[in-house]
Design a protein around this ligand. Structure first.
Ligand SMILES: [Zn+2]
Ligand SMILES: [Zn+2]
Length: 52
């Protein structure tokens, strides 16, 4: 998931690597994968906490 400010940006759809688990991310601009983002409740790009 992305925070409100990162949601406004457009990202390349080339696959990247999650810096937490080594799994695939949907964009090279993402630091972490969807699963890690959901688990930690942080933005995939800037890793800011996302309120539920
Ligand atoms: Zn991950
Ligand atoms: Zn963000």
């Amino acid at each position: 998931m992305l925070c409100s400010s990162c949601k406004k940006n457009v990202y390349l759809t080339a696959m990247g690597i999650c810096k937490d688990c080594g799994g695939l991310t949907t964009s090279m601009s993402y630091e972490i994968c969807e699963a890690c983002s959901e688990k930690e409740h942080v933005c995939q790009v800037c890793r800011k906490k996302i309120a539920q």
